[in-house]
Design a binder for this molecule. Structure first.
Ligand code: DAH
Length: 344
């Protein structure tokens, strides 16, 4: 029996090394080792020579060997079919791939980014604040005491459960947040979404976007305000655009001014967008009211500052001639696709 076991070992080595590159070779392997007159059957026949008491032991060796040969046969078959698949499926790597649709930036984001990057070049840092605000940061700190009629200028959404919380009506609330946590010199730009209780139409929406600016230091003057905003307009709309300042009123600035630019749609000759005046208002601004500075412990005798706030929808409307505010939030791809590739 030892001799038989030795033979089996030799066969094992020979079979382990066997290869088959064609279906015929695999079939030859099967006939030779697993066929009715094949090696496995022959060795099985040797069983009768094995003494009874060792039959069990030898049976195990034989079974093992048979399994080994069968596995090898399966492997040879698999290798061959894998090889054939690779041979027959020819891939043309030069064909164009399936197109992957590329999204676009939203026009409001494009314009917001452009505004921010212009002011960053002037040394303004970006600051943000919460959209759910308290009365103090949105109104009180900005010099609108509780009974102040100017509160009616902005129709506010209050939170039912606790009316001392509200959806901020302007990004001026971020001015308050910044002055609370930073000391002058302060130079920030604050982009964000704001909310007002308005009926939705082509010209009004219950939410929109603003960018606020705040600059506080020693010796900041109205001339700095004018030059900064003039620079912004030229960068944003081009060198030929004219600006003008009109006196205005905001509780948080004194003096206050609104800034107009010459109408980009008609070039100043008069059209629907500029209501035939040749000018369009783009922002509110002014010198920070001393009460606002003092609310945050900033010495108004030593420090002065200017602030401004602009609507991103309005700037986008002028830049890309968008005539209906609702387009910004309807998610109509025919509108959004027009901004493919616009950098911002
Ligand atoms: N918060 C004002 C608004 O929403 C805009 C504004 C005006 C902001 C004058 C300012 C400013 O910082 O100085 O209508």
């Amino acid at each position: 029996m030892e001799q038989l076991v030795q033979q089996i070992e030799d066969h094992r080595r020979e079979i382990a090394a066997a290869e088959a590159a064609t279906p015929e070779a695999v079939e030859e392997f099967r006939i030779r080792y697993l066929g009715t007159k094949g090696l496995v059957k022959n060795i099985m026949a040797e069983m009768k020579q094995v003494p009874n008491e060792r039959k069990k032991e030898f049976g195990q060796v034989l079974n093992d060997f048979k399994l080994f040969v069968e596995n090898k046969y399966e492997t040879l078959k698999e290798n061959l079919s894998g090889q054939q698949a690779a041979d027959t499926v020819s891939i043309d790597w030069s064909l164009p791939g399936n197109p992957v649709p590329v999204g676009t930036r939203h026009p409001l984001n494009i314009v917001r980014n452009q505004i921010v990057s212009i002011f960053r070049r002037l040394g303004f840092a970006v600051a943000e604040g919460p959209e759910i605000e308290d009365d103090w940061h949105n109104f009180g700190a900005m010099n609108l005491p509780e009974d102040h009629p100017a509160r009616d200028m902005q129709d506010t959404f209050y939170i039912h459960q606790n009316p001392s919380w509200l959806l901020r009506t302007h990004t001026s609330s971020v001015q308050a947040r910044v002055m609370e946590s930073q000391k002058p010199p302060i130079r920030v730009i604050c982009p964000g979404r704001v909310y007002r209780n308005e009926t939705i139409s082509a010209r009004a929406h219950c939410f929109f976007h603003q960018v606020e600016g705040l600059y506080i230091d020693e010796n900041v003057s109205f001339a700095d305000l004018k030059q900064t905003l003039y620079f912004f307009v030229q960068e944003m709309f081009g060198k030929n655009v004219k600006v003008r300042f009109r006196p205005s009123y905001f509780p948080f600035t004194e003096p206050s001014a609104e800034m107009d630019i010459s109408c980009l749609i008609c070039g100043g000759s008069g059209c629907n967008i500029c209501k035939h005046t040749g000018w369009v208002e783009i922002l509110g601004s002014g010198m920070v009211h001393p009460n606002v500075l003092e609310n945050f412990g900033i010495d108004s005798n030593r420090y002065t500052g200017f602030a401004f706030g602009m609507g991103v929808e309005r700037i986008t409307q002028l830049k890309y001639q968008v005539n209906d505010l609702r387009l910004y939030s309807q998610n109509d791809v025919r509108f959004l696709k027009q901004f493919t590739g616009v950098v911002g």
